[in-house]
Write a protein that binds this ligand. Sequence first.
Ligand code: TEU
Ligand code: CA
Length: 561
Amino acid sequence: MLEKQWWHGKTAYQIYPKSFCDSNGDGIGDLQGIIRKLDYLKGLGIDIVWLSPIYVSPLADQGYDIADYYNIDPRFGTMDDMDQLLAEAKKRDMYILMDLVVNHCSDEHEWFLKACEDPDGRYGKFFYIKTVKEGDPLPCNWRSYFGGPVWEKLPGHDDKYYLHVFHKKQPDLNWENPELREEIYKMINWWLDKGLAGFRIDAIINIKKALPFKNYPEDRDDGLSSIHNMLHEAQGVGEFLGEMRDRCFKPHNAFTVGEVFNEKAEDLPDFIGNDGYFSSMFDFAETIFGSNPGGWHKNLDITPDDYRNCVFATQRKIDDIGFISNIIENHDEPRGVSRYIPEGEADDTSKKLLATMYFLVKGLPWIYQGQEIGMENVKLTSIEEVDDISSLDSYKVALAEGVSKEAALHAVEKYGRDNARTPFQWNAGENAGFTTGTPWLKVNPNFHRINLATQQNDPGSVYNYYRSLIALRKNPDYYDTLVYGDFTPYLPEMHNVMAYLRTNRESGQQILVIGNYQKAPQTLPLPGDFSDVLLNNLDGIQIAGRQITLSGYQAVVLLKQ
Ligand code: TEU
Ligand code: CA
């Protein structure tokens, strides 16, 4: 039985600091910019805030390559700014999470620099460093998430290579080494002692490799094999995760949310159960749907029925094991309204339908910066406009397969990470109010149409609809049903319908969330007398007895009498 936690009824928000708000005109978002916007977030109804990395970094992977875990990168501000943010958040009953990136560090971290000086010394053992004689094959044929082999020559050594499952500037930390783990736990505890509420935990399933290193079947003609083939065989990550929980998270009662791909279903109770390694983990079922190991250009589109089936499958899989974290987007993904609404049909109504559908299922709802105003993917005219290393690799892979430049660029438009990293669109002024300088990444030209200022005082805006959704889920009259109620799919086979019931077993209260996930209206049967409308993304509703007629992309939340 799921034990109730303080955070279950909260709403969480992800900030990508570099693109959120620039306070000093250098074109880069920063901590003082975030502090300025805390009241905005509080007004939206946000309680928990995850900051993507702001530690010292060369930004080879936009901060997910950390060169000093104990200091803030000057581009984002100072440790005083961080302390001020923690204090200001506390005043507002808000909780700050940082990003814990410990599968790897930066090749500019002092540990790695010392490893290069002495590969066989203490710090050499913090990494996976192998001697490879001239002409011998690399220790394994795994492909990096960002393309190419996972082995790179150790700087200064012709016969030594180091492992990096991500970018070559992100050397993997060797979690098999207890001395390394001790350094990580010390750092985590240092941050938790400072008053952090917890962490989002980056790419954490990668810390346990299937060893000894071996090749897996080649799945592209580059002679390499997807890293997922190795992860599928890796055993025992729980040993490290349990140790980290017991040494760090549990003693601080920290809130933690794992970025876990490739988890095994039987491990879910260990991951997010009452005494799990993490408080929660993200649902990525919708995110990975249709993805093809051959590259983005081969990905399958996700239809409304596919989306519904993914959400429902996760609800069924998680059931009462733990509290899943629900998203429609993040800093690694395209904008949800551009992905989960059929091409050309994303408008305020359909954006609100999508918001309703993901927000009221069981679990912790997360909003990614800009999602609350309906920010969309950005159109590209050339690959030169793209910053994201994952996109640049995908483009290269597509071209190498003979895909046209247009088609390769279109795949980057659809799946590229820059879609979520263009500056927050605060208003229709210069640079959408993000900066008085030159933004580090181009503002989406649609900011004249989509920006907070035009929505804040419009009761019919996407922004105010999100405020209503958040308020509904926190409403004491419905809290127990929407936060803890049973989840039951409704009309799960009906084309372009997404509907489910939330039932409070104790009180018997029942809430129906039902959406017509297409342009054409649909008349649907109701599972009882649901005539009390708690939320409606359109004006007006047509209920006749046990029948409801929903207009195009209409979503309603109904209370059973
Ligand atoms: O992402 C982990 C991860 O699984 C990535 O491979 C993700 O699927 C990919 O970026 C999608 O193109 C985390 C962070 O969220 C991501 O921003 C970092 O690039 C990555 O780890 C390395 O730290
Ligand atoms: Ca700045």
